[in-house]
Design a binder for this molecule. Sequence first.
Ligand code: F6P
Length: 435
Amino acid sequence: MSDEQITNGGTTVFNLGECRYESPLRIPQFIEEGSGILYDVRLEDLQSSLRAKKEIVAFENAGPRKRIYFNPSETTAAIVTCGGICPGINDVIKSLVVELIDQYGVKRVLGIRYGYEGLIPDYGHRPMELTPLSVSTITHRGGTLLGTSRGLQDPERMVDTLVQNNIDILFTIGGDGTLRGAAAIFDVIRKRDLKISVIGIPKTIDNDIDLIDRTFGFETAVAEATKAVQSAYAEATSFRNGIGLVRVMGRDSGFIAAFAALASNVADFVLVPEVPFVLRGESGLLNRIHAKFTEKRYAVIVVAEGAGQEFFGGGGAVGSQTVNREFGNIGHLLKDEISGYFRELDVPINMKYIDPSYIIRSVEASADDAVFCLMLAQNAVHGGMSGKSGIMVGKWNSFFTFVPIGLAVRKRKRIDPNGYLWSIVREATGQGDLI
Ligand code: F6P
């Protein structure tokens, strides 16, 4: 991480205006304006920045402010959920509603139906009124109470809808594409000089949003994916020359595959979009599986869906927008290639292919994710009520932060092939380079 890429100018949060109201929250501690969370917490980096008199880059510390921008009794908030589902969305919705209405006393909370489509009247999705009572039991359900859709809509028309419905704060729950949509809405709001706050709450099991420790739902998805890897291990080890092959989600970033492999600690090979591999040749995957048979008579392989896309002639798994590009099925390709290779060699194998697919993202949030969702939602409300706009709420170095959305979406978070995570995957699996 280097300070060269990010400056304090880039981390500065936009405020709608003077905070004229006292917060109704009865809590012992408020966050002072100007409180920051260091971008880089490594001592040697900090010391060298101080020596070189370089600015110390920080994100704005999230949390409740003593004085707020919106008068709660006159405030209408809206919540929209976009993109693929993810464990914990309903937890976030519930905590937003409870914090807004029960804690701040806002007048009204609207649930926008079916993603950004719900902000375009032509679709005919009418918003639903949300109350603490109406959301009281939704947390034990996967999916989203509000419905979702993929694809960006015209930001000018979406802002028209916000204005027509007197919406003061819009909470957008979604991944990279949703945050880009929120940034586009924010741009229109600024251009028209409207006093509407836009707060993004990053959601995706892929964990590919930059400048946050993790997205909500990721931990739950990893736990579910880990069960699949453990099943593959049980199958593979129960047969001579057994192969357990598991394909998990992860389009551009292989975090689920890497963490599920580490959590189960039984994988021999982890294949992710960020690290190229070859099938044939001395150190190719097929030959290396063969070597595992000599060594221990089985092999477990975990592959992220975006890995090896170059085998399909698509030019690799590079950036997708809100509507996902169609990928070749790397699980099926590997299954066929491995079977064909050992057939040619006349080596009998027992291959068990598992694709947990949507199961890992449609379950309810784990306890840890549920708490994380609640904290994210409360901080999102604090940000909105204090008039911050165009921000994403996240967690960085164990503190909750407000990060300008434009900064967060400038690149995706991906596994660094030379970084710590990939090095521990290599150590745990012993897979080395497959190239
Ligand atoms: O973005 C999250 C994600 O789970 C990806 O890993 C996956 O490729 C995608 O959603 C699939 O979603 P859908 O089938 O709904 O487009």
